[in-house]
Design a protein around this ligand. Structure first.
Ligand SMILES: *Cc1c(COP(=O)(O)O)cnc(C)c1O
Length: 429
């Protein structure tokens, strides 16, 4: 598989390089040079396959012979080790539950596949890689669980002390082993600054092999294509042809993956780009100008992004496929509307959380006669327990993945926001 840098089309790399490097020069995103397409007549057969076999087929259509099929199969099996059910909500609407992985959010798909790929592709070098990342909660958990126990992988995660919930902390700061977590006495932005400093530090560059495993890694996007196929495979034949898919979006990785699934030939009539008040994309699609506002805090905080970093990939795909951006549906949903939608869903016996509720709201509002709608549920309601319990005035049970960890001791180190201390920490192995 060859990829090019969106900021400099002459810079071309292999899949392996793109995974290890993350970004190209000038912070450019990598994009596939070839866009594979399944034959229309093969799509039904592909949909008949089981989730793992089908995912291997999809991923190898992109990755090609750069990774042997046997190897890829093993990685896919390790990464996708949980279920992806479609749940019927009403006559014409269903949801795809992407939160049955170890950290109860859809980031487990991308995170776990990326970990498998990074570990395999750097394994040949047999040197220790240090994954360094800052988290405001969820991404860190997915990264920690994805790399937990992997040979030659040391994971160091910084987070703002006291600024993430105790449940979130329990989820990834209790693992130990190759996962080291550091509570920094500062806010999330400061954690990110420390991580950036580390990547630019000459002493560290010479001494250790650092990797960010961040959210723009191409391996994450490819992994996420697979569950769009899985969703459709679970729908009855007659609902597959007029399908509208609503995607709760922040950095727009999830939507990019859906569009790549369509580009492979998956029959999806229309996508809805669903955002919260951070509505740079809806305003752009409506009026044509790209004017990000300051990011505002909302209930759906994983979507509090005003400069979505995958958007250039969306535009590139539309350009390459000669699709029209005007065919992309969109909308933004306020916190108030998000709350009333969570209540509306509870009345039809579906407990959701703010991100999924936003996708449902726009889907339900925009679905036309004869169409079937699917919205993506990106997190388990228990992950947003405090807000959901307050909105619904009821207590939610803790799912097993969380309940199992609540009694374990926190193993985090504590550090002032001081780069010299972080450097010293990273240098001792
Ligand atoms: C990350 C995240 C999103 C946004 O996904 P993008 O791929 O960044 O658009 C939506 N919901 C939840 C729960 C998330 O964690």
């Amino acid at each position: 598989m060859k990829l090019y840098n969106l900021k400099d089309h002459k810079e071309q790399v292999s899949f392996s390089q793109a995974v290890k490097q993350g970004l190209g020069s000038q912070q450019g995103l990598f994009f596939p040079l070839e866009l594979p397409e399944f034959e229309l007549t093969d799509i039904d057969a592909i949909l008949e396959m089981d989730f793992l076999s089908r995912s291997i087929k999809i991923l190898s259509a992109y990755i090609g012979d750069e990774i042997a099929l046997q190897q890829l199969s093993e990685n896919v099996k390790n990464a996708f080790s949980f279920s992806v059910p479609v749940v019927q909500i009403s006559d014409n609407i269903a949801c795809l539950e992407l939160f049955h992985g170890p950290t109860l959010a859809f980031k487990d798909f991308g995170g776990r596949f990326m970990a498998q790929m990074l570990s395999y592709l750097s394994g040949a070098d047999d040197e220790q890689i240090t994954i360094l990342t800052a988290t405001s909660g969820d991404t860190g958990a997915a990264v920690a669980h994805a790399f937990y126990g992997m040979k030659n992988m040391r994971v160091v995660i910084l987070y703002p002390e006291g600024k993430i919930s105790l449940l979130q902390e329990k989820l990834f700061c209790t693992l130990g082993g190759n996962i080291e977590t550091i509570a920094i006495d500062a806010d999330f932005d400061t954690c990110q600054v420390l991580v950036k400093q580390a990547f630019n530090d000459e002493i560290l560059k010479k001494a250790i092999s650092l990797n960010s495993a961040n959210s723009i890694n191409i391996s994450r996007l490819l992994a996420q294509i697979c569950y769009y196929f899985e969703a459709i495979s679970q729908l009855p034949q007659k609902k597959r042809n007029q399908l509208v898919v609503s995607v709760p979006s922040g950095n727009f990785g999830n939507l990019t993956a859906g569009l790549l699934a369509k580009s492979l030939g998956l029959p999806i009539k229309r996508f809805i780009a669903a955002t919260n008040a951070n509505d740079t994309v809806p305003r752009f699609l409506q009026g044509g100008s790209w004017t990000p506002n300051a990011t505002v805090a909302t209930l759906s905080n994983a979507m509090d992004v005003s400069q979505p970093n995958n958007w250039p990939r969306v535009e590139e795909l539309f350009r390459r496929k000669t699709w029209h951006l005007t065919d992309l549906a969109y909308g933004s949903v306020s916190d108030e509307m998000t709350c009333s939608t969570i209540c509306e869903l509870a009345k039809i016996d579906y407990i959701s959380e703010p991100h999924a509720a936003i996708a449902y709201r726009l889907l339900s509002d925009q679905l036309e006669e004869g169409e079937f709608g699917l919205f993506l549920c990106t997190a388990h309601p228990a992950k947003f327990k405090v807000s959901v319990e307050e909105i619904l005035q009821q207590t939610l049970p803790l799912p097993k993945a969380l309940a199992d960890r609540t009694d374990l001791p926190l193993l985090s180190y504590h550090m002032n926001a001081d780069f010299a201390s972080l450097r010293e920490f990273l240098l001792k192995s």
